[in-house]
Ligand binder design. Structure first.
Ligand SMILES: O=C(O)CCC(=O)CC(=O)O
Length: 259
C-alpha cells in the first residue's frame, strides 16, 4: 500500500518494479484498482506495474478535476515512480484518461489498451441525468442499475456473493469523487482528436457491455490509426473481473508487440 501527494492530492497506488516496459492500469467509474487483481495474478511476476486509484476513488483523496487533470495525475505518479514510458491500459473512464494522456503526453505512452471505452461516452444529457440521480438517491440507490451495466446476466446469476462485494466497492466511493468523474466524462469529447493518436492501440469490447456496447468500442478502434479491436465473449463492462485470463492474454500479446 503506497501513497503520494500528486498536485496536492493524496493518491493511493501500487508500484511493482521489474524488467521491461511497465504497464500502467487506470480504472473505471466507481471502482478502485482491486478490479485488476485477477489480471495481475496472471501476468509474469517480473513485469513492472503501476496501479492507481484516481482522485475521489478507492483510498485516494477527492479533488475538483477534469479528464486532463486525471491524466496529469497519472503522469505525475509515473514520474514519481521513475516510469518514463509505459503501456497504458485503461477501462471506461480509465480508457478516456489513457486517450487524454496519449494526446497530451505522447512521450509517456508506448502503447494503449482501451477497454470498454470511447472517445465520447454517452451524451451531455445522460451524464447530467446521472448527476441529478446521484443527488436524489445516492450511489446506494443507483447501485442495482450500475451493477446491471457492469456485469453480464450470467455473472450476476452465478456470482451473487461477488456482486455484493462489488456493490460495496461502488457504494463506498465518495459521492463527490463519483460526481467529479461523471462531470469529467460529460465534458469530454475526444472524437476530433483520437485520429492523432500515434501508438499501437488495442481496443477491448465486452459483447454484453451495456455501458459501452461493442459497436461503440469498434467505432473508437476505427477512429485511431492502425488500432485493432478484440471482442471478449459473454462479458459486460468490466472484463478484467469476468474474464481476467482473456484480458491478461490481450495485455501480454500487445505488450509483446511493443517490446
Ligand atoms: O465505467 C465508467 O467509467 C463509465 C461508464 C459507465 O457509465 C459505467 C456505469 O454504468 O457505471
Amino acid at each position: 500500500m503506497s501513497f503520494a501527494r500528486i498536485d496536492g492530492t493524496v493518491i493511493h497506488y501500487r508500484h511493482r518494479e521489474g524488467v521491461g516496459l511497465p504497464v500502467v492500469f487506470l480504472n473505471s467509474l466507481g471502482t478502485d484498482f482491486r478490479i485488476w487483481e485477477g489480471v495481475i495474478d496472471r501476468l509474469p511476476a517480473e513485469l513492472p506495474l503501476l496501479l492507481m486509484d484516481k482522485p475521489g476513488h478507492g483510498l485516494s483523496q477527492a479533488a475538483a478535476t477534469t479528464m486532463e487533470g486525471y491524466a496529469r495525475c497519472a503522469a505525475g505518479l509515473m514520474a514519481l515512480c521513475g516510469i518514463e514510458r509505459a503501456l497504458i491500459c485503461g477501462v471506461s473512464i480509465g480508457g478516456m484518461i489513457a486517450q487524454s494522456l496519449a494526446l497530451s503526453r505522447p512521450d509517456l505512452v508506448a502503447g494503449l489498451i482501451l477497454s470498454n471505452t470511447a472517445a465520447r461516452l454517452g451524451d451531455t444529457q445522460s451524464w447530467q441525468d446521472r448527476l441529478d440521480t446521484l443527488d436524489r438517491i445516492g450511489l446506494a440507490g443507483m447501485a442495482n442499475a450500475v451493477l446491471e451495466r457492469w456485469f453480464s446476466d450470467r455473472f450476476r446469476t452465478e456470482h451473487p456473493v461477488d456482486l455484493e462485494g462489488y456493490r460495496a466497492m461502488l457504494t463506498r466511493t465518495p459521492a463527490d469523487g463519483y460526481a467529479t468523474a461523471c462531470a469529467a466524462i460529460r465534458d469530454t469529447d475526444l472524437r476530433d482528436r483520437v485520429g492523432e493518436i500515434d501508438v499501437p492501440t488495442l481496443c477491448l469490447a465486452g459483447t454484453e457491455d451495456l455501458a459501452s456496447p461493442p459497436d461503440v468500442v469498434h467505432g473508437l478502434a476505427d477512429a485511431i490509426p492502425g488500432a485493432t479491436c478484440r471482442d471478449i465473449e459473454g462479458v459486460g463492462h468490466l472484463p478484467m473481473i469476468e474474464a481476467p485470463a482473456a484480458v491478461a492474454a490481450a495485455i501480454l500479446d500487445h505488450h509483446a508487440r511493443l517490446s
